[in-house]
Design a protein around this ligand. Structure first.
Ligand code: ADP
Ligand code: MG
Length: 377
Protein backbone atom coordinates (compact mmCIF):
# COMPACT_ATOMS: atom_id res chain seq x y z
CA UNK A 1 0.00 0.00 0.00
CA UNK A 2 1.29 3.47 -0.88
CA UNK A 3 1.70 5.75 2.09
CA UNK A 4 -1.62 7.54 2.31
CA UNK A 5 -0.20 10.77 3.77
CA UNK A 6 2.08 11.00 0.73
CA UNK A 7 -0.88 10.56 -1.60
CA UNK A 8 -2.68 13.32 0.27
CA UNK A 9 0.31 15.67 -0.03
CA UNK A 10 0.78 14.86 -3.73
CA UNK A 11 -2.87 15.55 -4.53
CA UNK A 12 -3.67 18.47 -2.32
CA UNK A 13 -0.29 20.07 -1.64
CA UNK A 14 -0.93 20.13 2.10
CA UNK A 15 -0.52 17.99 5.21
CA UNK A 16 -3.50 15.88 6.27
CA UNK A 17 -4.89 16.70 9.71
CA UNK A 18 -5.09 13.04 10.60
CA UNK A 19 -5.46 9.42 9.53
CA UNK A 20 -8.49 7.23 10.13
CA UNK A 21 -8.91 3.51 9.43
CA UNK A 22 -11.87 1.15 9.14
CA UNK A 23 -11.72 -2.58 8.38
CA UNK A 24 -13.47 -5.11 6.18
CA UNK A 25 -15.24 -7.97 7.91
CA UNK A 26 -16.28 -11.59 7.65
CA UNK A 27 -19.37 -13.09 9.20
CA UNK A 28 -18.57 -16.02 11.45
CA UNK A 29 -22.14 -17.31 11.35
CA UNK A 30 -25.69 -16.03 10.69
CA UNK A 31 -26.40 -15.77 6.95
CA UNK A 32 -29.53 -14.09 5.52
CA UNK A 33 -30.71 -13.56 9.08
CA UNK A 34 -30.15 -9.79 9.07
CA UNK A 35 -33.20 -8.79 7.02
CA UNK A 36 -35.27 -11.26 9.04
CA UNK A 37 -34.60 -9.20 12.19
CA UNK A 38 -32.30 -11.95 13.46
CA UNK A 39 -28.74 -12.42 14.65
CA UNK A 40 -25.29 -12.19 13.05
CA UNK A 41 -21.77 -12.62 14.40
CA UNK A 42 -19.17 -10.83 12.26
CA UNK A 43 -15.61 -9.96 13.14
CA UNK A 44 -13.35 -7.29 11.67
CA UNK A 45 -10.32 -8.08 9.51
CA UNK A 46 -6.84 -6.54 9.72
CA UNK A 47 -7.40 -5.45 6.10
CA UNK A 48 -8.69 -1.90 6.13
CA UNK A 49 -9.30 1.36 4.35
CA UNK A 50 -7.12 4.22 5.58
CA UNK A 51 -8.28 7.79 5.01
CA UNK A 52 -5.95 10.75 5.27
CA UNK A 53 -8.15 13.81 5.64
CA UNK A 54 -8.12 17.51 6.31
CA UNK A 55 -10.69 20.28 6.36
CA UNK A 56 -11.23 22.40 3.25
CA UNK A 57 -12.85 25.80 2.56
CA UNK A 58 -15.76 24.36 0.63
CA UNK A 59 -16.91 21.11 -0.93
CA UNK A 60 -15.38 17.67 -0.80
CA UNK A 61 -12.50 16.14 -2.76
CA UNK A 62 -11.57 12.50 -2.69
CA UNK A 63 -8.95 10.30 -4.32
CA UNK A 64 -8.16 6.61 -3.94
CA UNK A 65 -5.14 4.54 -4.82
CA UNK A 66 -7.59 1.94 -6.17
CA UNK A 67 -9.25 4.30 -8.64
CA UNK A 68 -7.95 6.53 -11.39
CA UNK A 69 -9.37 10.01 -11.30
CA UNK A 70 -9.88 12.08 -8.14
CA UNK A 71 -13.44 13.29 -7.70
CA UNK A 72 -14.71 16.48 -6.17
CA UNK A 73 -18.20 17.76 -5.51
CA UNK A 74 -19.51 21.00 -4.03
CA UNK A 75 -22.58 19.33 -2.66
CA UNK A 76 -23.73 15.68 -2.55
CA UNK A 77 -27.12 16.84 -3.88
CA UNK A 78 -29.97 14.38 -4.16
CA UNK A 79 -29.16 10.63 -4.17
CA UNK A 80 -27.72 9.78 -7.58
CA UNK A 81 -25.95 13.12 -8.12
CA UNK A 82 -22.46 11.77 -7.51
CA UNK A 83 -21.99 8.40 -9.19
CA UNK A 84 -19.29 5.71 -9.35
CA UNK A 85 -17.05 4.89 -6.43
CA UNK A 86 -17.20 8.45 -5.03
CA UNK A 87 -20.93 7.92 -4.43
CA UNK A 88 -19.94 5.94 -1.31
CA UNK A 89 -18.21 9.08 -0.02
CA UNK A 90 -20.95 11.47 -1.11
CA UNK A 91 -23.47 9.09 0.50
CA UNK A 92 -21.80 9.53 3.87
CA UNK A 93 -21.85 13.33 3.56
CA UNK A 94 -25.49 13.17 2.43
CA UNK A 95 -26.54 10.85 5.30
CA UNK A 96 -24.87 13.08 7.90
CA UNK A 97 -26.66 16.13 6.56
CA UNK A 98 -29.94 14.32 6.20
CA UNK A 99 -29.71 13.40 9.89
CA UNK A 100 -29.21 17.08 10.76
CA UNK A 101 -25.45 17.17 11.20
CA UNK A 102 -23.01 19.51 9.48
CA UNK A 103 -20.14 17.48 8.03
CA UNK A 104 -17.10 19.72 7.45
CA UNK A 105 -15.94 20.38 3.87
CA UNK A 106 -12.88 18.16 3.48
CA UNK A 107 -10.18 16.68 1.30
CA UNK A 108 -9.66 12.95 1.62
CA UNK A 109 -7.11 10.49 0.25
CA UNK A 110 -7.77 6.76 0.54
CA UNK A 111 -5.69 3.60 0.45
CA UNK A 112 -7.02 0.11 1.01
CA UNK A 113 -5.98 -3.50 1.23
CA UNK A 114 -9.58 -4.71 1.52
CA UNK A 115 -10.29 -6.70 -1.66
CA UNK A 116 -13.16 -5.18 -3.66
CA UNK A 117 -16.25 -7.27 -4.29
CA UNK A 118 -14.81 -10.33 -2.56
CA UNK A 119 -17.53 -10.42 0.07
CA UNK A 120 -15.53 -8.83 2.89
CA UNK A 121 -17.31 -5.49 2.55
CA UNK A 122 -14.85 -3.02 1.14
CA UNK A 123 -17.78 -0.64 0.70
CA UNK A 124 -18.59 -0.53 4.42
CA UNK A 125 -14.88 -0.13 5.22
CA UNK A 126 -14.72 2.85 2.89
CA UNK A 127 -17.87 4.45 4.29
CA UNK A 128 -16.84 3.84 7.88
CA UNK A 129 -13.36 5.33 7.39
CA UNK A 130 -14.84 8.44 5.74
CA UNK A 131 -17.61 8.75 8.33
CA UNK A 132 -15.20 8.49 11.24
CA UNK A 133 -12.86 11.05 9.66
CA UNK A 134 -15.66 13.57 9.02
CA UNK A 135 -17.08 13.13 12.53
CA UNK A 136 -13.69 13.80 14.11
CA UNK A 137 -12.73 16.67 11.78
CA UNK A 138 -16.08 18.36 12.36
CA UNK A 139 -16.16 17.65 16.08
CA UNK A 140 -19.59 16.09 15.58
CA UNK A 141 -21.13 14.55 18.66
CA UNK A 142 -22.38 11.19 17.36
CA UNK A 143 -22.14 8.18 19.67
CA UNK A 144 -20.71 4.93 18.25
CA UNK A 145 -24.04 3.13 18.34
CA UNK A 146 -25.62 5.69 16.00
CA UNK A 147 -22.85 5.60 13.40
CA UNK A 148 -23.49 2.32 11.55
CA UNK A 149 -27.03 3.35 10.59
CA UNK A 150 -25.70 6.61 9.08
CA UNK A 151 -23.21 4.77 6.87
CA UNK A 152 -25.85 2.20 5.97
CA UNK A 153 -28.31 4.92 4.95
CA UNK A 154 -25.68 6.43 2.69
CA UNK A 155 -25.23 3.08 0.96
CA UNK A 156 -28.93 2.16 0.84
CA UNK A 157 -30.39 5.47 -0.21
CA UNK A 158 -27.59 7.45 -1.87
CA UNK A 159 -25.67 4.61 -3.57
CA UNK A 160 -28.82 2.54 -3.95
CA UNK A 161 -27.43 -0.77 -2.67
CA UNK A 162 -29.83 -2.68 -0.40
CA UNK A 163 -27.68 -3.94 2.47
CA UNK A 164 -28.40 -4.76 6.10
CA UNK A 165 -26.82 -3.12 9.14
CA UNK A 166 -24.19 -5.83 9.68
CA UNK A 167 -21.31 -4.58 7.55
CA UNK A 168 -21.16 -1.05 8.89
CA UNK A 169 -21.74 -2.27 12.47
CA UNK A 170 -18.80 -4.64 12.13
CA UNK A 171 -16.52 -2.07 10.54
CA UNK A 172 -17.31 0.52 13.18
CA UNK A 173 -17.89 -1.43 16.37
CA UNK A 174 -15.73 -4.57 16.34
CA UNK A 175 -12.92 -5.08 18.84
CA UNK A 176 -9.70 -7.07 18.50
CA UNK A 177 -9.94 -10.70 19.59
CA UNK A 178 -13.72 -10.53 19.63
CA UNK A 179 -16.69 -11.21 17.43
CA UNK A 180 -19.62 -8.81 17.39
CA UNK A 181 -22.94 -10.37 18.38
CA UNK A 182 -25.49 -8.12 16.70
CA UNK A 183 -29.24 -8.25 17.16
CA UNK A 184 -30.44 -6.82 13.86
CA UNK A 185 -33.82 -5.90 15.35
CA UNK A 186 -32.70 -3.82 18.33
CA UNK A 187 -29.26 -3.11 16.80
CA UNK A 188 -27.80 -3.89 20.21
CA UNK A 189 -24.34 -5.41 20.16
CA UNK A 190 -22.29 -7.50 22.52
CA UNK A 191 -18.58 -8.22 22.28
CA UNK A 192 -17.99 -11.98 22.33
CA UNK A 193 -14.52 -13.39 23.12
CA UNK A 194 -13.02 -14.88 19.95
CA UNK A 195 -9.29 -14.94 20.50
CA UNK A 196 -8.53 -17.84 18.17
CA UNK A 197 -4.74 -17.36 18.30
CA UNK A 198 -4.67 -17.79 22.09
CA UNK A 199 -6.17 -21.27 21.57
CA UNK A 200 -3.70 -22.26 18.84
CA UNK A 201 -6.48 -21.85 16.30
CA UNK A 202 -7.00 -19.73 13.20
CA UNK A 203 -9.78 -18.77 10.85
CA UNK A 204 -8.84 -19.51 7.27
CA UNK A 205 -10.79 -17.45 4.76
CA UNK A 206 -10.75 -18.56 1.16
CA UNK A 207 -12.11 -16.43 -1.64
CA UNK A 208 -13.79 -18.94 -3.93
CA UNK A 209 -13.16 -16.63 -6.90
CA UNK A 210 -16.36 -18.05 -8.37
CA UNK A 211 -17.89 -15.73 -10.93
CA UNK A 212 -20.86 -14.01 -9.26
CA UNK A 213 -24.03 -15.34 -10.83
CA UNK A 214 -27.46 -13.68 -10.56
CA UNK A 215 -26.58 -12.36 -7.10
CA UNK A 216 -29.03 -9.44 -7.02
CA UNK A 217 -32.01 -11.34 -8.41
CA UNK A 218 -31.50 -14.33 -6.13
CA UNK A 219 -31.01 -12.07 -3.08
CA UNK A 220 -34.26 -10.29 -3.87
CA UNK A 221 -36.09 -13.59 -4.35
CA UNK A 222 -34.89 -14.97 -0.98
CA UNK A 223 -35.82 -11.76 0.77
CA UNK A 224 -39.29 -11.75 -0.76
CA UNK A 225 -39.86 -15.39 0.12
CA UNK A 226 -38.92 -14.73 3.77
CA UNK A 227 -41.16 -11.68 4.02
CA UNK A 228 -44.05 -13.55 2.47
CA UNK A 229 -43.53 -16.50 4.85
CA UNK A 230 -43.55 -14.19 7.87
CA UNK A 231 -46.81 -12.69 6.65
CA UNK A 232 -48.38 -16.13 6.17
CA UNK A 233 -47.20 -17.24 9.62
CA UNK A 234 -48.56 -14.05 11.20
CA UNK A 235 -45.26 -12.86 12.70
CA UNK A 236 -43.46 -9.52 12.24
CA UNK A 237 -40.36 -11.33 10.93
CA UNK A 238 -38.93 -14.86 10.79
CA UNK A 239 -36.91 -13.97 13.87
CA UNK A 240 -40.15 -14.51 15.76
CA UNK A 241 -40.56 -18.14 14.67
CA UNK A 242 -39.38 -20.51 17.40
CA UNK A 243 -37.24 -23.59 16.77
CA UNK A 244 -39.50 -25.38 19.25
CA UNK A 245 -42.20 -27.09 17.23
CA UNK A 246 -40.68 -25.82 13.98
CA UNK A 247 -41.82 -28.87 11.99
CA UNK A 248 -45.36 -28.22 13.15
CA UNK A 249 -45.12 -24.51 12.28
CA UNK A 250 -43.84 -25.29 8.80
CA UNK A 251 -46.96 -27.34 8.09
CA UNK A 252 -48.85 -24.05 7.92
CA UNK A 253 -46.99 -23.29 4.69
CA UNK A 254 -48.12 -25.00 1.50
CA UNK A 255 -45.05 -24.23 -0.52
CA UNK A 256 -42.24 -26.75 -0.08
CA UNK A 257 -39.53 -24.29 -1.18
CA UNK A 258 -40.81 -21.65 1.23
CA UNK A 259 -40.75 -24.17 4.07
CA UNK A 260 -37.07 -24.81 3.44
CA UNK A 261 -36.28 -21.09 3.26
CA UNK A 262 -37.94 -20.58 6.64
CA UNK A 263 -36.17 -23.59 8.13
CA UNK A 264 -32.81 -22.12 7.14
CA UNK A 265 -33.47 -18.75 8.72
CA UNK A 266 -34.94 -20.11 11.94
CA UNK A 267 -32.26 -22.74 12.49
CA UNK A 268 -29.52 -20.28 11.48
CA UNK A 269 -30.64 -17.80 14.14
CA UNK A 270 -30.45 -20.64 16.66
CA UNK A 271 -26.97 -21.59 15.46
CA UNK A 272 -25.81 -18.01 16.07
CA UNK A 273 -27.18 -18.14 19.62
CA UNK A 274 -25.54 -21.54 20.21
CA UNK A 275 -22.23 -20.26 18.82
CA UNK A 276 -22.36 -17.23 21.11
CA UNK A 277 -23.07 -19.48 24.13
CA UNK A 278 -20.07 -21.70 23.32
CA UNK A 279 -17.73 -18.76 22.76
CA UNK A 280 -18.83 -17.11 26.00
CA UNK A 281 -17.66 -20.21 27.85
CA UNK A 282 -14.39 -20.38 25.91
CA UNK A 283 -15.27 -23.51 23.92
CA UNK A 284 -14.08 -22.22 20.55
CA UNK A 285 -13.36 -25.59 18.87
CA UNK A 286 -16.89 -26.74 19.53
CA UNK A 287 -18.42 -24.15 17.24
CA UNK A 288 -17.05 -26.14 14.27
CA UNK A 289 -20.10 -28.41 13.86
CA UNK A 290 -22.41 -25.37 13.99
CA UNK A 291 -20.45 -23.77 11.14
CA UNK A 292 -20.67 -26.94 9.08
CA UNK A 293 -24.39 -27.30 9.81
CA UNK A 294 -24.85 -23.69 8.69
CA UNK A 295 -23.25 -24.56 5.38
CA UNK A 296 -25.49 -27.60 4.89
CA UNK A 297 -28.51 -25.40 5.60
CA UNK A 298 -27.40 -22.81 3.03
CA UNK A 299 -26.76 -25.54 0.49
CA UNK A 300 -29.89 -27.65 0.98
CA UNK A 301 -32.54 -25.33 2.37
CA UNK A 302 -31.63 -21.82 1.26
CA UNK A 303 -29.90 -22.91 -1.94
CA UNK A 304 -27.40 -20.07 -2.11
CA UNK A 305 -24.15 -21.99 -2.53
CA UNK A 306 -22.34 -22.82 -5.77
CA UNK A 307 -20.04 -25.72 -6.65
CA UNK A 308 -16.88 -23.73 -5.91
CA UNK A 309 -17.85 -22.97 -2.30
CA UNK A 310 -19.20 -26.47 -1.69
CA UNK A 311 -15.93 -27.98 -2.93
CA UNK A 312 -13.86 -25.60 -0.77
CA UNK A 313 -15.88 -26.40 2.36
CA UNK A 314 -15.69 -30.13 1.70
CA UNK A 315 -11.92 -30.03 1.08
CA UNK A 316 -11.32 -27.96 4.24
CA UNK A 317 -13.25 -30.47 6.35
CA UNK A 318 -11.49 -33.44 4.76
CA UNK A 319 -8.15 -31.77 5.53
CA UNK A 320 -9.01 -31.46 9.21
CA UNK A 321 -10.92 -28.20 9.73
CA UNK A 322 -13.13 -28.18 12.86
CA UNK A 323 -15.89 -26.60 10.81
CA UNK A 324 -16.33 -24.73 7.55
CA UNK A 325 -19.00 -22.71 5.83
CA UNK A 326 -19.66 -20.19 3.13
CA UNK A 327 -19.80 -16.64 4.47
CA UNK A 328 -21.66 -13.76 2.84
CA UNK A 329 -24.74 -13.51 0.68
CA UNK A 330 -23.96 -16.48 -1.54
CA UNK A 331 -23.51 -17.43 -5.21
CA UNK A 332 -19.74 -17.12 -4.82
CA UNK A 333 -17.75 -15.09 -2.30
CA UNK A 334 -15.69 -16.54 0.52
CA UNK A 335 -15.71 -19.58 2.76
CA UNK A 336 -14.24 -19.66 6.24
CA UNK A 337 -12.85 -22.60 8.17
CA UNK A 338 -11.90 -22.96 11.83
CA UNK A 339 -8.56 -24.75 11.91
CA UNK A 340 -5.47 -25.45 13.99
CA UNK A 341 -3.18 -22.48 13.33
CA UNK A 342 -0.32 -24.70 12.16
CA UNK A 343 -2.56 -26.34 9.54
CA UNK A 344 -3.29 -23.19 7.50
CA UNK A 345 -0.90 -24.00 4.64
CA UNK A 346 -1.89 -27.67 4.48
CA UNK A 347 -5.60 -26.90 4.38
CA UNK A 348 -5.18 -24.07 1.86
CA UNK A 349 -3.21 -26.51 -0.36
CA UNK A 350 -5.89 -29.17 -0.02
CA UNK A 351 -8.51 -26.69 -1.21
CA UNK A 352 -6.30 -25.58 -4.11
CA UNK A 353 -5.82 -29.21 -5.16
CA UNK A 354 -9.54 -29.90 -5.08
CA UNK A 355 -10.07 -26.79 -7.22
CA UNK A 356 -7.49 -27.93 -9.74
CA UNK A 357 -9.20 -31.31 -9.98
CA UNK A 358 -12.51 -29.61 -10.74
CA UNK A 359 -10.94 -27.19 -13.21
CA UNK A 360 -11.98 -24.13 -11.15
CA UNK A 361 -10.05 -20.84 -11.13
CA UNK A 362 -7.54 -21.02 -8.26
CA UNK A 363 -8.92 -19.81 -4.88
CA UNK A 364 -7.31 -17.08 -2.76
CA UNK A 365 -6.69 -18.06 0.87
CA UNK A 366 -5.83 -15.78 3.80
CA UNK A 367 -5.80 -16.11 7.57
CA UNK A 368 -8.32 -13.76 9.19
CA UNK A 369 -7.33 -12.30 12.56
CA UNK A 370 -10.23 -10.77 14.56
CA UNK A 371 -9.27 -7.10 14.62
CA UNK A 372 -10.45 -3.74 15.86
CA UNK A 373 -13.07 -1.52 14.24
CA UNK A 374 -12.87 2.05 12.95
CA UNK A 375 -10.32 4.22 14.69
CA UNK A 376 -8.19 7.32 14.42
CA UNK A 377 -4.57 6.29 13.91
P1 ADP B 1 -17.83 -5.38 -1.27
O1 ADP B 1 -18.36 -4.38 -0.30
O2 ADP B 1 -18.36 -6.75 -1.02
O3 ADP B 1 -16.34 -5.36 -1.38
P2 ADP B 1 -19.32 -3.75 -3.08
O4 ADP B 1 -19.71 -3.92 -4.49
O5 ADP B 1 -20.38 -3.56 -2.07
O6 ADP B 1 -18.38 -4.99 -2.71
O7 ADP B 1 -18.36 -2.49 -2.95
C1 ADP B 1 -17.25 -2.37 -3.81
C2 ADP B 1 -17.20 -0.96 -4.36
O8 ADP B 1 -16.89 -0.05 -3.31
C3 ADP B 1 -16.12 -0.76 -5.39
O9 ADP B 1 -16.57 -1.13 -6.68
C4 ADP B 1 -15.85 0.73 -5.27
O10 ADP B 1 -16.83 1.47 -5.95
C5 ADP B 1 -16.06 0.99 -3.79
N1 ADP B 1 -14.80 0.92 -3.04
C6 ADP B 1 -14.48 0.08 -2.03
N2 ADP B 1 -13.26 0.34 -1.54
C7 ADP B 1 -12.76 1.36 -2.26
C8 ADP B 1 -11.53 2.11 -2.24
N3 ADP B 1 -10.57 1.83 -1.38
N4 ADP B 1 -11.40 3.12 -3.13
C9 ADP B 1 -12.37 3.42 -3.99
N5 ADP B 1 -13.53 2.77 -4.07
C10 ADP B 1 -13.74 1.75 -3.22
MG1 MG C 1 -20.45 -3.97 -0.04
Amino acid sequence: MTDVATIFRDHYGAEPEGLWAAPGRVNLIGEHTDYNDGFVLPFALPERVIAAAGRADAGWAVCSDLQGEPVSFDDPGEPGTVTGWAAYVAGVVWALRDAGYEPPPARIALTSDVPLGAGVSSSAALESAVLTALIDLGGLDIPAHERPALAQRGENVYVGAPTGIMDQSASIRCEAGRALFLDCRSQEVEQIPFDVAAEGLAVLVVNSNAPHRHVDGEYGARRKSCEEAARLLGVPALRDVSTDGLDQTLKQLDDEVMRRRVRHVVTEDQRVLDTVALLRSGRIREIGPLMTASHASMREDFEITVAEVDVAVEAALMAGAYGARMTGGGFGGCILALIDADRADAIASAIAEAYAKHGFTAPTPFVAVPSKGATRL
